[in-house]
Design a protein around this ligand. Structure first.
Ligand code: AHR
Length: 509
């Protein structure tokens, strides 16, 4: 039996936008073992002079993380940034009420900035607008960015960082719409505080860019209304509004899980519509863009409500182990972000190490790549350039949660310098291969450079400490371009990266 076929046309005359490199960001929160025994473990055999695990730094470089949001998350809403600077021995141990853990503060702003220098990412610093406000945000800005000659900038210099950190991107609080958030606020309270904070910070640093909190999820009762009111207060000051979404497979409904990006698309389009509604109301020509600064698969429902949150240091929290299916869904979420590159400027996979993360570690032991590592690394590497429009004609299937969904989910990115085109494609069918036919118009690419596929006979296969390389992408055979048409086969339940270029690039000539 012939597999069913999905088709689309690629033509550089029809594009979406140039990808902002910050779409491939991640998130480091003081939560569980993301920082301690994850990124930072001075006692580890691979630790460098700053206490950073070089095995983890190497994996972060491989992952291609362009921006890192820090230090939270729920954690930031009770955080005192000054606890995390200066001589490590003098830093206070504190209760972290967000995760009911002990925070030693051995890792703070300077250590975070050092980790970025070694991995190549830019910072997105979150300020505490839960228990704190304008004054503390200004103090953090002065400490971080002012060259010298004032109390706080000189303190940074005295702490050993003579050059300012030059932080440009600031998150104004975290998920303050959520009743669980420390310092939870109404949209009016938050909107006014965010506006006052941004206004004051910009007086000190006119280049500062601000992310205001959108809703913590599409399911929040105030979704939409929250964004509209917050933006009415902050429209002229905000550059981005935050968007958060996590998905998980519900018992026996893999079909719906595989179509999670249908919900992600609706979420993005709903937030964009709300931003533009406020812009229209205010008669503003400015367009607010989205910072999708928490997204991932997260088995939240399987998490024990108490967890080991017993005031211990670096407890094992949220250490989800990801399957091939999870990786395919993560790939599909990346496709959704790329397809909306005209309005989504920033994306942060939540989180980076150990906590719902693509990188896992053992204290004193190895670091390894989860299944979800691979789609992210490939999208970050090959998803830079101009996103081309993909209007696919695809067979569809029905899902309990998302209605009818296309079996093919795809996007394509043109690297204008080399003329190479990368197609990212997911086959959502659990049982059937999908034939893919792409008509290439006005493109130089005339050969398949690589077709990499992540799939497995066991869709639940995972990488673990015992078997860290169980799942990796493999080369697929049989994809070819004949007469300007690409033909490829996407295995059932698979993430595919098909790179097209000129035959010269194959021989390396
Ligand atoms: O990423 C884990 C948590 O999820 C973050 O702390 C919070 O912002 C979100 O609810």
């Amino acid at each position: 039996m012939q597999p069913s076929t999905a088709r689309f046309v690629l033509d550089p005359a029809f594009d979406v936008a140039v990808v902002d490199p910050r779409l491939f960001g991640a998130f480091v929160e003081h939560l569980g073992r993301c920082v301690y025994t994850g990124l930072y473990e001075p006692e580890h055999p691979t630790a460098d002079e700053d206490g950073l695990r070089t095995d983890v730094l190497e994996l972060i470089r491989q992952l291609g993380v362009s921006v890192v949001r820090y230090p939270g998350g729920n954690f930031v809403s009770a955080y005192r940034w000054e606890d995390g600077v200066g001589p490590a021995r003098q830093r206070p141990r504190r209760l972290d009420p967000a995760w009911r853990s002990i925070e030693t503060n051995r890792f703070g702003l300077a250590e975070f900035m050092r980790s970025l220098r070694k991995t190549g990412g830019a910072p997105m610093l979150a300020v505490n607008l839960g228990t704190r406000g304008v004054a503390e945000a200004l103090e953090l800005l002065e400490y971080a960015n002012h060259p010298s000659g004032t109390a706080l900038s000189d303190l940074r210099v005295a702490h050993g960082d003579t050059a300012p950190f030059g932080v440009r991107l600031w998150a104004l609080g975290n998920e303050l719409d959520g009743p669980w958030q420390i310092g939870h606020k109404t949209a009016t309270e938050y909107g006014r505080l965010a506006a006052a904070t941004a206004h004051a910070m910009r007086l000190i640093d006119p280049q500062a860019e601000f992310v205001v909190c959108g809703s913590s999820g599409r399911g929040m009762p105030t979704f939409g209304a929250w964004e509209a009111e917050v933006l009415e207060h902050t429209y002229d000051l905000a550059d981005y509004v935050s968007v958060h979404a996590y998905y998980e497979e519900r018992e026996g409904d893999r079909d719906s899980f595989l179509a999670s990006a249908v919900d992600m698309d609706a979420l993005i389009e709903g937030v964009v519509a709300t931003c533009d509604y406020v812009g229209a109301k205010l008669k503003s020509a400015k367009r607010i863009r989205l910072s999708f600064d928490e997204w991932n698969v997260w088995y939240m429902s399987k998490q024990s409500p108490e967890g080991p949150r017993d005031w211990s240091e670096a407890p094992r929290l949220l250490e989800d182990v990801y399957s091939v299916t999870d990786a395919v869904v993560v790939g599909s979420m990346l496709i959704s972000l790329l397809r909306h590159a005209d309005r989504v400027a920033i994306g942060c996979l939540a989180q980076l190490v150990n906590v719902i993360a693509p990188i896992m570690t053992e204290p004193g032991g190895p670091a390894w790549r989860q299944t979800t590592f691979f789609p992210f690394a490939q999208a970050s590497r090959y998803g830079r350039g101009r996103v081309l429009q993909v209007h696919a004609d695809s067979p569809a299937y029905s899902t309990a949660v998302h209605g009818t969904a296309p079996i093919l989910h795809a996007t394509a990115v043109l690297d204008e310098e080399s003329g190479a085109v990368t197609i990212f494609a997911v086959n959502r069918s659990q049982s059937e291969p999908l034939a893919l036919r792409v008509e290439l118009r006005g493109l130089e690419a005339s050969a398949v450079l690589e077709h990499s596929v992540l799939t497995d006979a066991d869709a639940d296969a995972k990488n673990t400490l015992a078997e860290p390389e169980r799942v990796t992408p493999q080369a697929a055979k049989g994809s070819e371009i004949v007469g300007g048409v690409l033909d490829a086969t996407l295995p059932p339940l698979s993430w595919n990266v098909i790179r097209l270029g000129s035959p010269k690039s194959i021989s390396g000539a």
